[in-house]
Design a protein around this ligand. Structure first.
Ligand code: GSH
Length: 332
């Protein structure tokens, strides 16, 4: 009898622990966010050591929603290999690190992807002097790739499907895989197209010496993820992403939200927390979404600030009503 009481208590406390990410984060006083080790436009410290990028803005948005202060974040830089254990073990509360949403990660790795903050696909970069114009010309090539990525798996599939051979050069650290490619140890480097564009612009000794080939060989929906087992936290992080997209659709930006908050539009009234209890339903302040937009901005603002300067087009990442895939369910 006593044994079963003990077992139930253990199970109950585990359940409570698993539900408590919001409390853990609040008590700690800051969000611990897992990000890239350094990918321009997504997550990279600037010359003053301040982290910047689309994924960093997402971390800041979660902090704004939870604390009303986008500054209450600490960043854990993670390689492709390290990122999942860091989230599973509780070292980070959220993983916002150009990570592709796949069924394996969503099930057996124990993650919950909250949505997509960048629709991408995998591509190849080659030195211009090779004269290669298409990935189909890469038969026999030596190809640099990082382990623990979808890229490593898609690469093998693509060559097999096209009856071509390749020699993989698999290197864990970003610095080292780039050094190998730029030193000519590989004929091509493969990763998400966003990574290729950002790395060519920010890391190539001569960006103009490299070309990104036209083929996209996979779908890479990149998005933030949390651990299985805490639905309340999952909701908070998920609706943070939707709030940034909904704000853009409603025309709310960091510049105009104070003026717009006075508008009679019921959707805007609900969004800024002047009407209803949407924040409370999430366990947050009713100004959670206002704080996100005021302090971090809407999705488009973040895209323009971080990715546009590197030469990115909005493409699939436009809003659904402008020909893209960015779509937030109703905030009501
Ligand atoms: N989206 C792919 C690839 C993500 C990825 O790790 N890309 C590399 C190249 S851009 C990267 O970010 N490396 C940074 C690092 O490992 O520090 C995935 O989720 O597996």
């Amino acid at each position: 009898m006593r044994f079963w009481v003990l077992i139930s208590l253990v199970l109950l406390s585990e359940n409570l622990l698993a539900q408590a990410t919001l409390d853990t984060v609040r008590n700690r006083g800051f969000l611990q966010c897992g990000v890239n080790t350094g990918l321009a436009g997504f997550a990279q410290p600037d010359s003053r050591g301040v982290w910047r990028g689309l994924d960093v803005d997402f971390c800041r948005a979660v902090a704004a929603a939870v604390f009303g202060d986008a500054g209450k974040v600490r960043y854990t830089p993670l390689t492709s290999q390290q990122r999942f254990t860091a989230l599973q073990s509780g070292e980070v509360d959220v993983l916002a690190r150009n990570t592709t949403w796949t069924i394996v990660r969503d099930t057996s790795l124990g993650l919950n992807f909250v949505g997509v903050n960048y629709y991408d696909g995998q591509g190849f970069m080659v030195p211009k002097k090779l004269g290669v114009k298409s990935a189909k010309e890469l038969n026999g090539a030596t190809i640099c790739v990082q382990p623990g990525t979808t890229n490593e798996l898609n690469l093998a599939d693509y060559f097999r499907a096209n009856n071509m051979k390749f020699k993989p050069v698999v290197i864990e650290k970003l610095e080292e895989v780039l050094a190998a490619y730029f030193a000519g140890r590989c004929d091509a480097y493969t990763t998400d197209q966003s990574g290729l564009v950002a790395l060519r612009a920010s890391r190539a000794p001569q960006p103009a010496d490299h070309v990104v080939l036209p083929e996209l060989i996979s779908k890479e929906p990149l998005g933030p993820a949390v651990r299985h087992g805490d639905d309340r936290w999952f909701d908070i992080v998920k609706w943070t992403l939707f709030a940034t997209v909904e704000a853009e659709e409603l025309g709310l930006s960091s510049k105009n939200i104070d003026a717009q908050a006075k508008s009679a539009n019921p959707s805007v009234q609900r969004f800024v927390g002047a009407n209803g209890d949407i924040g409370k339903m999430l366990g947050l302040d009713n100004r959670w979404a206002y704080n996100i937009v005021k302090q971090v901005g809407n999705y488009g603002e973040s895209f323009d600030a971080n990715l546009k300067p590197l030469g990115f087009e909005r493409g699939l990442n436009r809003l659904w009503n402008q020909g893209g895939l960015m779509y937030a369910p109703p905030i009501r």
